[in-house]
Design a protein around this ligand. Sequence first.
Ligand code: SF4
Ligand code: SF4
Length: 154
Amino acid sequence: MTTIKIWKHFPREDLYECYQCARCTGSCPAMQVAPAIGPRGAILKCLNLGHDEVVEDEKIWLCCTCNVCEDRCPQKIPISDLLVALRNSAARRGNIPSRLGVAIELLAKTGRSMIVHQLDEMRAHHGLAPLPPAPVEEVRKILKKTGLEEVVEI
Ligand code: SF4
Ligand code: SF4
């Protein structure tokens, strides 16, 4: 099993700077649309359970990396970096939500993460030219270099 050393990518000591005021969570858009893990919760769980437990929780994938939590944090803790580091660790262990796996597979095959039917017609309706072909080979090189090709069966 390949793992990523999360504390190389996020300063662990920053977790101890959090005084659990919940200002971050109160502004988190992910918390408003779904029972996400939340920025304050992510820190608390890492401290109490260890990150190995947290990366098993699919709710870490609901963060949209908007950075609002970090901007509002009085301690300036880089919380969205923590969520990204947790997801990287989860991905290396193969813990990727199936809907994301499908998007990555599509990306590798078509150079785009979703198929929009009648896209050219829609663009033409707005007076826009068709999109240029997606750079599939370039995308595949990126997937290979980032290790995603190994994580998701392509
Ligand atoms: S805003 Fe900062 S200090 Fe307050 S709970 Fe969130 S991470 Fe902790
Ligand atoms: S970066 Fe993620 S955790 Fe922070 S406010 Fe945005 S969605 Fe919430």
